[in-house]
Design a binder for this molecule. Structure first.
Ligand SMILES: [Zn+2]
Ligand SMILES: [Zn+2]
Length: 212
């Protein structure tokens, strides 16, 4: 396979899954891990991906749709949520990279989705923790459980799962609806417009109130 062909394969997988693993690609394409590393380095230099431990995730504009504007995402202290300033926990962590390369984090997927709503195209990449394992994975690959009664952090509850079956099992026990990243954005947007007083998270509401 030519280098071009190989890179096209990697791009296909990135488009399909949102992220790739170096070891899997090396095995599939029968090249060394170093070769895959170099490809990913090149993709990163071109701004297509962000390398993470053991692989890379696709850089996508999520949420907004508007042209990227100047980065107005607040700089927060590490260890606090950019929306409500609560300390993030590992199983709920939601991390984001802005178009100017700034890293920020949210206490839970609820606040992460709030950040997508507030800052739109300025957030070019998001990773979310699996609620069971705490493993970070690309938010656009994740399964979101929306509005279940399991609400360990902000209201309405949004939990993320790497595995669809696990999300569905959780749904069986705790209710709510299953969706992908864009569904989560519409869900939260709607929840906040429909009943801002009852449904909105007090922490988030305060933070957004202060902003506007
Ligand atoms: Zn928060
Ligand atoms: Zn939270």
């Amino acid at each position: 396979m030519t280098a071009e062909g190989r890179r096209a394969q990697i791009r296909n997988q990135l488009q399909e899954f949102g992220s790739v693993q170096v070891s899997e690609l090396a095995a599939q394409l029968q090249v060394s891990k170093m070769t895959i590393h170099r490809d990913l380095l090149q993709f990163e230099a071109e701004g297509e991906v962000k390398r993470v431990h053991g692989g890379a995730v696709l850089v996508t504009k999520v949420g907004g749709g508007a042209e990227p504007v100047k980065d107005s995402v607040p700089q927060t202290n590490s260890g606090e949520c950019l929306i409500c300033h609560r300390p993030p926990t590992q199983h709920l962590l939601y991390t984001m990279t802005t178009n100017s390369g700034k890293q920020c984090q949210a206490c839970c997927p609820h606040c992460g989705i709030s950040a997508h709503i507030l800052f739109g195209g300025q957030i070019i990449m998001a990773l979310t923790a699996d609620y069971l394992s705490g493993r970070l994975h690309a938010a656009q690959n994740s399964w979101f459980l929306l509005g279940s009664v399991a609400a360990p952090c902000c209201h309405p509850s949004i939990l993320t799962f790497e595995d669809e079956q696990m999300a569905r099992r959780f749904q069986t026990g705790f209710g709510g609806q299953i969706g992908r990243l864009n569904d989560a954005i519409s869900f939260l947007r709607e929840a906040m417009t429909l009943d801002p007083n009852k449904e909105a998270c007090p922490h988030c509401a305060a933070a957004q109130g202060a902003k506007s």
